[in-house]
Design a protein around this ligand. Structure first.
Ligand SMILES: [Zn+2]
Ligand SMILES: [Zn+2]
Length: 215
């Protein structure tokens, strides 16, 4: 089924600059994440998440591989962040994100096309990255045109899109219950505390007692 967009959100220079500041350097993967995120939000007809319950992002990046920066573009544009707990990693080593709207249970998976990733990998930016040159030391002339292309290219040539209805959604309410660990005196959220002899211990102190055989 072909996806029809009512409205296409473009990445502004301001958003790009702010995302690059948040991320730490200029690279093509952050704008690619911004584009994928806006496409997903436009298809779902949703705004950026202000709190944890509004959207959920599932990113398929793995660990320690090229273009992992894609996930920071997703975080920046969708507002699904580590702190709000509405982004999770399903580490498949793929350049894709599924954005879920828990209210309607509609979801969309946006994946960067194989040919598009291959084209980027053959460019001077990645040739230098493969040699171990950090992204912030690469001459802007080798990265700026690539970024501009990622920002402006027709999304149909960049991404494959799958939409879902009735996507499984788990509702979890935010916990405000916490106790004091009797050993380290630090605060620990109740669900994470261990009850022992009418007292509470954090998992770290509980494990210390176990190893000292003090139970
Ligand atoms: Zn990067
Ligand atoms: Zn403790």
């Amino acid at each position: 089924m072909a996806v029809q967009l009512q409205h296409e959100t473009h990445v502004s220079e301001e958003e790009l600059k702010a995302a690059q500041y948040f991320h730490g350097h200029k690279c093509p993967a952050v704008p690619q994440g911004l584009r994928a995120a806006h496409l997903a939000m436009d298809i779902l007809g949703v705004n950026r998440a202000r709190s944890g319950g509004e959207l959920k992002a599932i990113v398929e990046l793995g660990e320690h591989h090229f273009s992992g920066c894609f996930a920071d573009g997703i975080q920046f544009a969708t507002g699904c962040t580590f702190g709000k707990g509405n982004i999770v990693k399903n580490p498949l080593g793929k350049f894709a994100v599924t954005l879920v709207d828990p209210r309607t249970r509609r979801a969309v998976r946006v994946a960067v096309k194989y040919d598009r990733m291959m084209m980027c990998l053959d460019m001077p930016f990645f040739e230098q990255r493969k040699k171990g040159i950090p992204p912030y030391e690469i001459d802007p002339k080798d990265v700026d045109p690539l970024i501009q292309d990622v920002i402006s290219h027709d999304w149909h040539d960049m991404f494959d899109v799958t939409t879902f209805e009735n996507y499984p959604v788990q509702k979890a309410s935010e916990s405000f219950d916490a106790v004091q660990c009797v050993d380290c005196k630090e605060m620990v959220v109740s669900n994470y505390a261990v009850a022992l002899n009418g007292e509470f211990l954090c998992k770290t102190c509980f494990s210390t007692r176990v190893h000292r055989k003090e139970l």
